[in-house]
Write a protein that binds this ligand. Sequence first.
Ligand code: NDP
Length: 329
Amino acid sequence: MFKAILIDKNDDIGYRASLADVDEAQLPEGDVTVRVAYSTINYKDALAITGKSPVVRQFPMVPGIDFVGVVEHSDHPAWQEGDKVILNGWGVGENHWGGLAQRARVSGDWLVALPEQFNARQAAAIGTAGYTAMLCVMALERGGVMPHHGEVVVSGAAGGVGSVAIALLAELGYTVWGISGRPGESDYLKELGAVDVLDRAEFAEQGRPLGKERWAGAIDVVGSHTLANLCATTTYGGTVAACGLAGGMDLPATVMPFILRGVTLAGVDSVMCPQAERREAWRRLASDLDLYKLSLIGEREVALHEVVDLASDVLAGQVRGRVVVNVNE
Ligand code: NDP
């Protein structure tokens, strides 16, 4: 038996997530079984646990789109017992049992080796949010955005993706601003490397189709008016990497920034991202993410039994940085 968060849904109980003892025989199909050390609570995990959005469509389901652990058994040629591995996405925690559990069984094709620069806890503190932040930085680089081109900006700055994006951009020499709804987190964001923090209310209303050119690049986790306003204020030839919908999934924008300023809107997906790009993202995280800043971002650790109560705080935007889950506590 092992401990896991289990989400169930039926007419008697409605939608319910709780800590449960699960029989190993119930683990789903897969050629690698992992002894999980740490998982995390991403925005999507919070949606799954609370049922606020239909992230989970099969029941019962173990949530957790991330885990870091040690291979216990492998029938996959790439992995041996004892290997330290990371899993992010691939529908795990949505349609395949996930990482908020002491054991997981997945396809070996989905795993990435733990970079030697990180221990298991640090890799979990990065998790999907941090690896997505790296994908966003790589999208800006692909768009040709260089530190000397001008200032860059990150929305949802005090959240998981935002915090890691700010730390990475600052480390890479960019002059980076944060956009946040939490003025109380300004000192934290400046310690991560933000030059200063703008109030998210300034971006939350319908703006002009084209505003004053300000940002050479932007990373947006918020969507809706914030994304539209960032596109409208990006400088000629700049890139906006969009990965999130914390403020809404609509995009009330015009084509003006794209056709008059050559702005690129780069979509970023971490879930089905091909292995070569994720390995590159983890390699870059290992070289470009300052470990002291990571310790600030991933300061908060909780036990498995605390996860369900915390999920609504995550959705309410009350959690700073990343929450690491020690599944063996
Ligand atoms: P977090 O909850 O850690 O952070 C989200 C942040 O967004 C909050 O901390 C808050 O920052 C800001 N925010 C929250 N609500 C609103 C709102 N109504 N309006 C404006 N800003 C708001 O989530 P993550 O960082 O893990 O994820 C952020 C987004 O990115 C989510 O939408 C998530 O689904 C998406 N995502 C997408 C991925 C992909 O593959 N495309 C992968 C990972 C995440 P502050 O308090 O500083 O304003």
